[in-house]
Design a protein around this ligand. Structure first.
Ligand code: AMP
Length: 414
């Protein structure tokens, strides 16, 4: 089955075409046939498209909206010069998988999209006003472009639906949960689930033996405590603003700061949340950039004090969550790093895990340095009490696999 995986952000559309079926899933032999991204939708868009084995097409063109972006991709797919293996015309695409950020309490498992599901995703918009609307735009555009083709929604929140009440409730009046469903939902669930799945495969163990902490460190960052194969706790909350320090997001802060800024700065609520979402985190502390690579360089080359401070605060927050989750889970077998930073920065991994001798965590320096841009690798020393892995995430693959299983009505087993 050839699955088109769509991931629509506010001004971007990422896609992959993945050839997979139940046999390929079992043998880990799924195949990426093409991938691409259209960024800055709504103005002069930057377009990068690539059929595997062919040179990439890079261009810039005005693209009005997500529908126009999808049409652009469709024209490219069906262009005889493109040469995607096994795909000549649109009917060679057999299903579409959509990343949807928020499914709230009602949409937990990956599901075939129908009008009722669309209504429910729309109902979640107040909980994810920045994310669900572009996800829906992708769904509407795909329904128009591929009428009758099965489309599946895979939710970022889904994996965390197993968190117990004591972990997902905030200590605020219970009626607020009843009335508005204010609670922790957690995000990056597809990534945490994929890492847990790969870990299980690497170790050759059953799902119920997976007791790990996964650290997704990219532009957005989150930690997840996975016990017995299920999400027990995670750092993001009702929205993706809570938890770890991120590129531009603050993560955990005292909520009284919001009121303070409104009163003392004369800021509106929207302005304060704009600061917390877009001008905080690594960017806010350093005053330089949200890009970890650049911060590390500033620190190394120019001994920039605030770049160092931003990195130190980032790593210390990760460390705090590791400690909290080890306590919450009564010990863990492994810690797994993923995401742009987690997969590529030996230095950040080492700083997050420094001075954790009490827990018996010890990196193998050489292996840690080697684990850059690789698929997966153990980086802890042989005598480390807790193992440490780097595992490259692959949310698109999991979305494609879920799509196959939902279309064929086969229960999900990861
Ligand atoms: P993602 O959102 O997963 O694509 O991750 C983006 C983040 O990964 C950015 O902050 C990048 O600076 C960071 N990143 C990518 N490569 C490296 C690297 N070699 N060292 C440090 N950070 C990196």
């Amino acid at each position: 089955m050839n699955v088109l995986v769509l991931n629509c952000g506010s001004s971007s559309l990422k896609f992959q075409i993945i050839q997979t079926d139940l046999e390929a899933i079992k043998n880990d032999q799924d195949k990426v046939l093409a991938r691409g991204v259209i960024e800055r939708i709504g103005s002069q868009a930057i377009i990068t498209l690539r059929a595997v084995g062919q040179p990439a097409l890079k261009t810039a063109e005005p693209i009005r909206d997500h529908k126009a972006a999808l049409n652009y991709i469709i024209n490219w797919i069906t262009d005889p010069n493109t040469k995607i293996e096994g795909i000549k015309e649109l009917s060679d695409i057999h299903a579409i998988g959509h990343r949807v950020v928020h499914g709230a309490e009602q949409l937990v498992k990956s599901v075939l999209i129908d009008d009722n599901v669309i209504d429910q995703i729309e109902d979640c918009i107040p909980l994810a006003p920045l994310h669900n609307p572009p996800n829906l735009k992708g769904i509407y555009a795909a329904r128009d472009a591929f009428p009758g083709l099965p489309q599946v929604a895979v939710f970022d929140t889904g994996f965390h639906s197993t968190m117990p009440e004591q972990n997902y409730l905030y200590a605020i009046p219970y009626q607020l949960y009843r009335r508005f469903k204010i609670r922790k939902y957690g995000f990056h669930g597809t990534s945490h689930r994929y890492i847990a799945y790969r870990y299980r495969k690497i170790k050759g163990i059953e799902r119920d033996k997976v007791n790990i902490i996964t650290l997704h460190l990219g532009n957005g960052c989150s930690a997840c405590a996975i016990k017995g194969g299920f999400s027990l706790d995670t750092s993001m909350g009702m929205t993706p603003l809570e938890g770890l320090v991120m590129g531009t997001r603050s993560g955990d802060i005292d909520p009284a700061i919001v009121e303070f800024l409104i009163h003392n700065e004369g800021a509106t609520v929207e302005e304060v949340f704009n600061v917390l979402n877009k001008r905080s985190g690594l960017l806010g502390i350093s005053g330089l950039t949200n890009d970890m690579r650049d911060l590390l360089e500033e620190e190394r080359e120019h001994q920039d004090r605030r770049a160092r401070l931003a990195i130190d605060i980032f790593c210390n927050r990760v460390k705090k969550y590791i400690g909290a989750y080890i306590a919450e889970m009564n010990g863990v077998d492994s810690i797994c790093f993923t995401g742009g930073i987690g997969e590529n920065s030996p230095e950040i991994r080492a700083r997050c895990l420094s001075n954790l001798d009490f827990f018996g965590i010890k990196l193998d320096e050489e292996l840690n340095q080697k684990a850059v841009g690789i698929k997966e690798m153990k980086i802890s020393a042989e005598d480390s009490r807790i193992e440490v892995y780097v595992i490259a995430t692959n949310e698109e693959l999991l979305i494609a696999r879920d799509t196959v299983r939902v279309v064929l009505n086969v229960p999900r087993i990861w």
